[in-house]
Design a protein. Structure first.
Length: 87
């Protein structure tokens, strides 16, 4: 009787551990996908900020500090969007 209980207990522990190991790769894959999406978003934001900076420099309607601030704001907005995606 004791041996049968031990086998049952071991089988229960193995089953519980296997369920956790099966769900772990799925979670890791979803997290990796979110990180990639956030990274892509930040990269697009950098490119947009570069274009905005070039356009601002080409025009004479804003001073250099205003252009820099616009670029910073654009990058910060992109970072916030990436954080929302990631977390």
């Amino acid at each position: 009787m004791t041996r049968k209980r031990n086998v049952t207990a071991v089988a229960t522990v193995v089953l519980a551990a296997s369920v956790q190991w099966v769900s772990l790769p799925t979670y890791a894959t979803e997290q990796a996908q979110r990180r990639r999406e956030a990274r892509d978003t930040r990269q697009e934001g950098r490119q947009d900020a570069r274009q905005e900076k070039a356009e601002c420099r080409a025009g004479d309607e804003k001073s250099r500090p205003e252009c820099r601030q616009d670029t910073r704001d654009a990058k910060q907005d992109t970072r916030e969007t990436a954080r929302d995606i990631k977390y």
